[in-house]
Design a protein around this ligand. Structure first.
Ligand SMILES: *Cc1c(COP(=O)(O)O)cnc(C)c1O
Length: 246
């Protein structure tokens, strides 16, 4: 099994190939390393390899890890001197319960999984004044699955406009987790629907720049359809055990 550093390199190479194939600039796609279920040691290994943005799904696990990583990077003279402590950026990518919004607003730079105005309102109210506005993506149920999270595509514009009006949030764009498929044609069709919705919202006057779509199994399709952030876990950190995987 290769190291986290080697797997990160392989993912970057795959992103470079996909952007080139889509005639998109090499820096058009940012990599969010999804570290859920993996420990602070794995995150520190990725930081040492130059990765600074991490995605987490479970709040308590994330808070423990954020503190452990901050302590470790602060304690190491080299990383502290290099400014790495402040460079690490945490993204919340899991389902959000109302009673968790304060801790999310206080500890994360981004939230990809906002799907209700009420949650957005709480995040805005609870975002500390000392921090920059919280970057958020509106999650869309692009495959129209009854069981899946996200707003229905037809409601996306209204909810996006409501979020964009909140003072302590910065609406950045849209996020989706399409129905899993091994077929690139189906993968691309779902990602294309999200991109078309994104363009509609831009044409309605919303200043948005982010399409958060694509995971380990479908990132190439997502990049072909315009992803600007891919959220990649297992291709970097390895397989998650069944019990704790999502
Ligand atoms: C777990 C997760 C990922 C990463 O999935 P992999 O298949 O391990 O790359 C991306 N996005 C969300 C929302 C997740 O929950």
């Amino acid at each position: 099994m290769s190291s986290i550093s080697q797997k990160l390199q392989a993912v970057h190479e795959s992103i470079r190939n996909s952007t080139a194939q889509a005639s998109r600039p090499g820096d058009a796609v940012a990599l969010l390393a999804v570290s859920k279920t993996f420990g602070a040691d794995a995150v520190l290994e990725a930081i040492a390899a130059g990765q600074f943005a991490f995605g987490e799904n479970y709040l308590q696990e994330a808070l423990d890890k954020i503190i452990a990583v901050r302590t470790a990077t602060t304690a190491t003279v080299a990383t502290a001197a290099a400014g790495l402590v402040g460079a690490v950026e945490w993204h919340f990518i899991g389902p959000i319960q109302s009673n968790k919004t304060r801790a999310i607003a206080e500890n994360f730079a981004w939230v990809h999984t906002v799907e209700r105005e009420k949650i957005a309102q709480r995040l805005s109210d609870q975002r500390p004044a000392a921090l920059a506005p919280l970057n958020v993506c509106l999650q869309v149920n692009i495959s129209n699955e009854a069981s899946k999270s996200g707003v229905a595509p037809e409601d996306a514009l209204a909810v996006a406009q409501a979020i964009a009006a909140l003072p302590r949030l910065r609406l950045r764009g849209l996020m989706a987790i399409p129905e899993a498929s091994d077929d690139p044609v189906q993968q691309r069709a779902a990602f294309r629907r999200l991109r078309q919705l994104f363009i509609q919202l831009q044409e309605s006057g919303l200043m948005i720049d982010t399409l958060s779509m694509g995971m380990s199994g479908d990132m190439d399709s997502a990049i072909a359809e315009g992803a600007t952030i891919v959220r990649v876990g297992s291709a970097i950190f390895g397989r998650r055990d069944q019990a704790s995987s999502v």
